[in-house]
Every structure is written in C-alpha cells, then in structure tokens.
Design a protein. Structure first.
Ligand code: NI
Length: 164
C-alpha cells in the first residue's frame, strides 16, 4: 500500500504532467492506487496524493467496478449545480458541503491510451470533479468560502496535531 500525502505537501499543490507512456508501469501504478484507495476506504484517489505529479486518478463507487482516468479533461459542465458533503484522504477528518456542476462531460484515455468521452452526473460527476481538482493542485477546501475554509482548517489542525 502507498502512503497518502496530506495537506502541506507541495506535490498536492502542483499542476500535473500529461501521461504519454501507456506501458505496464502505468497499469501497475493504477493498480497500486486502487489498492490504496480501498485500504483507505476512499472512493477516489488522484496521483498527486501518492506523490506522483501526473494526470491520473481512480474512482470506485459502490456497486461498480473501479474506474481509471488517464489524462482527463472536463470539456463541459451543466449550469445546474448541486451541493454535497465532501471529504478527502489528503485532508483527513474534515468534511464540508461543496457546490459543483451537477453534470459533466469528460474526455479521458484508458490504460491502453484509447480516448473516450463520458457523460456523468450524480456521485460519479462529483467524485470526478473532486479528483480532477487534485490534478490542478486544488483541494476541496479551496472551493469553500474563506470563513468556512478557515474554520475547517482549524478543525483539521486541531485533530491532526497529536499525530505529528
Ligand atoms: Ni481528495
């Protein structure tokens, strides 16, 4: 299992690089990420969270097979928004409602490098947008208004002080 990095690590704030090699190494990386996501009881995990600054994330919603997204690009979003409580393995122990577009259209590649387009709504659209943010160095707490963000980070630092 890989270590999941938490807020404060610089790699979580970096813009990620495009993947252009679709060999067995990429498959092994994706498999390790899926295993780590399962171990941590997460429903999504992005490569920067394990210290790899590449455009890759994995998602596993209950009742589905795990999904791997290579070089994803959100190419469309609905005007309609929805709010839902989010958490993040990189900001452990804190949760907050985040407002995002309800539906998205995404282009991505498979582990073999094949391009595809996906339309998603509901939980899948939510998790994809959360993980997609990670590829841009954005964390869900950045999506909150300033007052709420400060309150959340205060709770986070209180909770995690003892671990450090
Ligand atoms: Ni996250």
């Amino acid at each position: 299992m890989l270590d999941v990095l938490t807020v404060g690590e610089e790699v979580l704030r970096q813009k990620t690089e495009k993947i252009d090699s679709f060999g067995p190494e990429l498959r092994l990386l994706a498999e390790a990420m899926i295993e780590t996501m399962h171990e941590e009881d997460g429903i999504g995990l992005a490569a920067p969270q394990i210290g790899v600054s590449k455009r890759l994330f994995v998602v596993h919603l209950s009742g589905e097979e795990p999904r791997v997204f290579v070089n994803p690009e959100i190419i469309g979003t609905s005007h309609e928004l929805s709010s839902y409580e989010e958490g993040c393995l990189s900001v452990p122990g804190v949760y907050a409602e985040v407002t995002r577009p309800k539906e998205i259209t995404l282009q991505a590649q498979t582990l073999e490098g094949k391009s595809y387009t996906l339309e998603a709504d509901g939980m899948l659209a939510r998790v994809i947008q959360h993980e997609y943010d990670h590829l841009k160095g954005v964390l869900f707490v950045d999506r909150l208004d300033e007052e709420k963000r400060e309150r959340i980070l205060l709770i986070y630092h209180r909770k995690n002080r003892k671990r450090k």
